[in-house]
Design a protein around this ligand. Structure first.
Ligand code: F6R
Length: 608
C-alpha cells in the first residue's frame, strides 16, 4: 500500500528520497511523486507507474535541496493518474502533503472548502487535508496541521512541508504507521523502517493521535490535543542485507529459502524437551488463565487466515478447545458472540492490516482477552494486544507471503502444544512432538535442495488457465494457500478445496486441461485422498501429487509426484506448503510476471 519518505538534513534530499521510495516498492503502488524545498520555492514532480519513470522524468533537472517528502500511491479515491498522485499542494503552492490512509468525510469537507473559495483539483480524498491546513495556517505549521486533523475523520499517516517553514517536516499518524529516523544533523520520517535503514537504525514509532515536528537537529512530539510526549528511541535489529535480495532473483525466492532459518527463529528458546512443552512468555498469561480458556477465536486475512485455519486443526486436536477462525473483515461487522472464557488471537505478518486491527479492537471492546501473532515488532496489532508471540521471521518484502506463513504455523503449533500439555497431551506425546518440531527446519532444507523437479513441472503447466488444489484435514488450508500463491503472482485462476468437496461441484471443471495439485500424504486420510485422485484421473485431469517420501505406489497413480519428508501428521503443513510456494514462483517466472510486486496487490493492507 502507499508509502511515505521524508528527509530534513544537510545532504541532497533527492537521492535519499528516491532510494527510500525504492525500498517501499514492495508495498505495491501505481504512481509516485516527491516535493522538495528549493531556493525558488516548492518543487513537485509526479508520475504514473514505477519509480523508474519518476527518476527518468527528473533526470535532467538540477535541483539542490536538502528537504523533501516523497510518496508511492496505491489508488483508492481517484484513478492512478499524475494529477491524483501525491504530493498535493495548497492553492498558493506553498504547502505540500503526502498521505497514507483514507479520509472518510472528504466529500463534506470538500463542499466546505469549495464554499470557502478553495479550488480542488483532484479526485482524491487526500487533497482536502492540504487545503484545510492552509485555511488553518496562522504562522505555525504544526498548529495548522493539528487544527486540520481535528476536522478529518478516517485514517492517516501524513508528512507535510512548506516553504514558509523550510526547516521542518510535520508528520502525524492515526491508523497508518509512521516512524521517525534519528540521525546526526539529519532526521527522517517514513511509513516503514526499511525506507531509512541504510541511514539510521535509531527510530521513534509515532503512535495514533500524535503529531511530530521534525527539523534537521531535533524533533518533538505532541498529541492531537497538544499534550507533550517524551518519545523513546528504539534500535531496529533488522539489518540492511535482510531487506536486500542477497543474490536471489526475487525477494520471494529469497524468503522461501530463508524458511529453515526463520522457522528455527520461531522455535528458538521456546521448547522444553524434557517436559515436552512450549514456553511462550510473551503471552503474559498465568498457568491458571491458560487453563480457564474455553474457546478461541482466531482472526486474520489472506495467507494469515490460512495459517489460522491450520491453527484450528492443531489446537482442537492437541488441546480439545473449540476454535473458530473468522475473516477479520467479517468478524468486525457481525456482532460476534464473545462469552466469558473466550480469547481472541489476531494473526498478522505486518501487524497493520486494517481489518485485523479493527477485529482486535472490536474484541477488546467486548472485554475479551486478545493475543497477537505478529511479525513486525512494534506494529499496531503487537502494541494493542494484551500479549502475544512474535514470529521473528525478519522483514518480508515479497508481496506474496511465504516465510511469515510457515512461522505463523509454527507459533500456532507451539500454542497448541502448550495448551495441549495442560489438558489432553501426555508428557510422552509432548516430547515426541518437540522432537519432530526440531527436525522441521532441516526437512524444509531438504525440500529446497531438491527444487529442480518442481521447476520442470512448472514448465509443463505454465500456460494453463486454471488450477485446482485439493487437500484434506490439516492440509486443506494448505491447498487454499497453494491456490492463493499461484493466483496472486501468476494471475492463473486457482481454487483450493477440501478433496472430498470436489465431487459436490468442482469436478465439473475437470478435463485433460485441468491440472489438479493434490496433497496426498501417508496419513489417516491417505486412502480417501487416493480415491479423490482416481476420480480426477478418470476424467483425464492431470494430477500433481505432494506425497510422503518412500510412497512409491502413488507414482503409478498420478502424472507427477513431489516428495516431502515424513513428519508428525500435525506438522505436515510446514513441509507440504513449500513445494506449492516454489511451484507458484516458477510458474509466475515462466509467465514473465513481476513476482515480487504483483499487479493490484499491496503488502500491507492498511485500508478497509
Ligand atoms: C498473500 C498475502 C496476503 C496477506 C494479508 C494479511 O500472499 O500476503 O493475503 O496475508 O493481506 O496480511 P497480514 O498478515 O500482514 O495481516
Amino acid at each position: 500500500m502507499c508509502g511515505i519518505v521524508g528527509y530534513v538534513g544537510f545532504r541532497p534530499a533527492l537521492p535519499i528520497l528516491l532510494s527510500g521510495l525504492k525500498r517501499l516498492e514492495y508495498r505495491g503502488y501505481d504512481s509516485a511523486g516527491l516535493a522538495m524545498l528549493t531556493d525558488n520555492g516548492l518543487w513537485v514532480s509526479k508520475s504514473v507507474g514505477k519509480i523508474k519513470m519518476l527518476e527518468e522524468q527528473i533526470a535532467d533537472k538540477e535541483i539542490t535541496s536538502t528537504r523533501g517528502i516523497a510518496h508511492t500511491r496505491w489508488a483508492t479515491h481517484g484513478e492512478p493518474t499524475e494529477l491524483n498522485a501525491h504530493p498535493h499542494t495548497d492553492n498558493f503552492e506553498e504547502i505540500a502533503l503526502v498521505h497514507n490512509g483514507i479520509i472518510e468525510n472528504f466529500r463534506t469537507l470538500k463542499e466546505y472548502l469549495v464554499r470557502k473559495g478553495v479550488v480542488v483539483h483532484t479526485q482524491t480524498d487526500t487533497e482536502i487535508i492540504v487545503h484545510l491546513i492552509r485555511l488553518n495556517y496562522r504562522g505555525n505549521l504544526t498548529e495548522a496541521v493539528r487544527e486540520a486533523l481535528l476536522q478529518v475523520e478516517g485514517t492517516y499517516g501524513i508528512a507535510v512541508i512548506s516553504m514558509l517553514h523550510p526547516d521542518t517536516i510535520v508528520a502525524a499518524r492515526k491508523g497508518s504507521p509512521l516512524v521517525i529516523g534519528h540521525g546526526e544533523g539529519e532526521n527522517f520520517v517514513a511509513s516503514d523502517v526499511s525506507a531509512m535503514l541504510e541511514h539510521t537504525n535509531r527510530v521513534v514509532y509515532l503512535q495514533d493521535g500524535e503529531i511530530a515536528t521534525i527539523t534537521p537537529s531535533d524533533y518533538s512530539i505532541t498529541t492531537i490535543q497538544n499534550v507533550k510526549i517524551s518519545p523513546s528511541i528504539e534500535e531496529v535489529t533488522w539489518t540492511l542485507d535482510m531487506i536486500e535480495k542477497e543474490g536471489f532473483d526475487h525477494f520471494m525466492l529469497k524468503e522461501i529459502h530463508e524458511q529453515p532459518s526463520t522457522i528455527r527463529n520461531a522455535i528458538r528458546g521456546r521448547l522444553n524437551f524434557d517436559d515436552g512443552i512450549a514456553r511462550l512468555n510473551g503471552l503474559n498469561l498465568q498457568f491458571e488463565q491458560l487453563r480457564r480458556i474455553k474457546r478461541i477465536v482466531i482472526t486474520a486475512c489472506g495467507t494469515s487466515w490460512h495459517s489460522a485455519l491450520i491453527g484450528e486443526y492443531l489446537i482442537e486436536e492437541l488441546a480439545r478447545i473449540p476454535v473458530e477462525v473468522e475473516y477479520a473483515s467479517e468478524f468486525r461487522y457481525r456482532s460476534p458472540i464473545l462469552e466469558d472464557g473466550t480469547i481472541l488471537i489476531a494473526v498478522s505478518q505486518s501487524g497493520e492490516t486494517a481489518d485485523t486491527l479493527s477485529a482486535l479492537r472490536e474484541a477488546k471492546n467486548h472485554g475479551t482477552l486478545c493475543l497477537g501473532i505478529v511479525n513486525v515488532v512494534g506494529s499496531s496489532i503487537a502494541r494493542e494486544s494484551d500479549g502475544g508471540v512474535y514470529i521473528h521471521a525478519g522483514p518480508e518484502i515479497g508481496v506474496a507471503s511465504t516465510k511469515a506463513f510457515t512461522s505463523q504455523v509454527m507459533v500456532l503449533t507451539l500454542i497448541g502444544l502448550l495448551l495441549g500439555r495442560m489438558r489432553a497431551v501426555s508428557v510422552q506425546h509432548g516430547r515426541e512432538l518437540t522432537e519432530w518440531i526440531q527436525k522441521i527446519p532441516q526437512q524444509v532444507e531438504m525440500i529446497l535442495r531438491n527444487s529442480e523437479p518442481i521447476r520442470q513441472i512448472a514448465q509443463q503447466f505454465a500456460q494453463v488457465n486454471n488450477f485446482l488444489y485439493l487437500g484434506r484435514g490439516i492440509n486443506f488450508p494448505v491447498a487454499l494457500e497453494g491456490a492463493l500463491k499461484l493466483k496472486e503472482i501468476s494471475y492463473i485462476h486457482a481454487e483450493g478445496y477440501p478433496a472430498a468437496e470436489m465431487k459436490h461441484g468442482p469436478i465439473a471443471l475437470i478435463d485433460e486441461n485441468m491440472p489438479v495439485v493434490v496433497i496426498a500424504l501417508k496419513d489417516s486420510v491417505y486412502d480417501k485422498v487416493m480415491s479423490n485422485i482416481a476420480e480426477v484421473r478418470a476424467r483425464k485431469g492431470q494430477v500433481i501429487a505432494i506425497a510422503t517420501e518412500g510412497d512409491t505406489e502413488i507414482a503409478e497413480r498420478v502424472n507427477h509426484v513431489i516428495y516431502i519428508p515424513h513428519t508428525h501428521h500435525l506438522l505436515t503443513p510446514l513441509l507440504s506448503v513449500v513445494p506449492l510456494q516454489l511451484l507458484a514462483y516458477y510458474v509466475a517466472l515462466l509467465r514473465g510476471c513481476p513476482v515480487d510486486q504483483p499487479r493490484n496487490l499491496a503488502k500491507s493492507v492498511t485500508v478497509e
